[in-house]
Design a protein around this ligand. Structure first.
Ligand code: HEM
Length: 157
């Protein structure tokens, strides 16, 4: 799958930030209650719209492909389907004009028994992807805070 991905995407490895993750998780605890507030409704635009979300997804897939902590989980997955669905999902989460046509987070991840460490690793991969694309930290944290609320639907189930 790595070679397949490499042929599709340009390489881009960003630095993962443990401190940022901790900050984000704390922020998620305090911000989750207002995750759908109108004041945060422009996240899609602040991320840079569809073009940037597409680039984030491409870099995210690259990061996962090079991440031995989680890549084995994705080894048998259809990368083109994953790309399409994750783009729709990020767009929807950011209040963008998208319809998510994939499976629910519970249905997708149920039975995988994904650990907290694996969840955090994927979050690190996403942070690295957003760093590579140049998403501002505050904007990154707004997306991560929304995704953090999905943790119970993804990890440990
Ligand atoms: C914020 C965290 C996460 C989000 C938002 C997320 C979202 C998604 C989405 C949208 C899909 C596509 C669903 C579909 O095809 O209908 C997917 C698939 C998948 N996810 Fe996640 N995911 C997250 C974390 C994780 C983690 C931590 C793992 C494992 C370490 C994981 C493993 C997978 C795998 C293996 C698939 C492909 C399943 C298949 O091939 O059918 N995900 N995820």
């Amino acid at each position: 799958m790595k070679r397949f991905i490499q042929s599709l995407l340009s390489p881009g490895i960003g630095a993962a930030g443990t401190t940022q993750i901790l900050t984000t998780l704390l922020a998620a605890l305090t911000l989750s209650a207002c995750a759908s507030n109108q004041s945060d409704a422009t996240l899609y635009d602040d991320l840079g719209g569809q073009t940037t979300i597409d680039r984030i997804a491409d870099e995210f897939i690259m990061e996962i492909a090079y991440d031995d902590r989680v890549f084995p989980r994705f080894a048998d997955s259809n990368v083109q389907r994953f790309r399409e669905k994750i783009i729709q999902h990020f767009c929807m989460i950011a209040n963008g004009p998208c319809v998510y046509t994939g499976d629910s987070m519970v249905r997708t991840h149920a039975g995988m028994n994904i650990s907290e460490a694996e969840f955090n690793a994927v979050v690190e991969d996403l942070i690295a992807a957003m760093d590579t694309v140049g998403v501002e930290i505050g904007t990154q944290n707004r997306l991560l805070a929304r995704l953090a609320t999905l943790r119970p639907q993804i990890a440990g189930i």
